[in-house]
Unconditional design. Structure first.
Length: 64
């Protein structure tokens, strides 16, 4: 994958959380949390994973 194209992966969480009408629901619940809250919390974790992937894909060969 081209290094510049890897940065486009960071648009995914932005778009997923940009439109709250897509996730502004109480059901389904997960461990008592309404969907609205656990959806956003899930994206916090997924964004961390995506950031790690982008760093891995865009680092220089000499970087540690």
């Amino acid at each position: 994958m081209n290094r510049r194209k890897a940065y486009w992966l960071l648009v995914i969480p932005f778009v997923a959380l940009l439109l709250p009408f897509l996730y502004n629901h109480a059901q389904p619940t997960l461990f008592g949390l309404p969907f609205f809250y656990w959806y956003q919390l899930l994206w916090v974790l997924l964004t961390g994973g995506l950031l790690g992937l982008v760093v891995y894909l865009t680092r220089d060969a000499g970087d540690v």
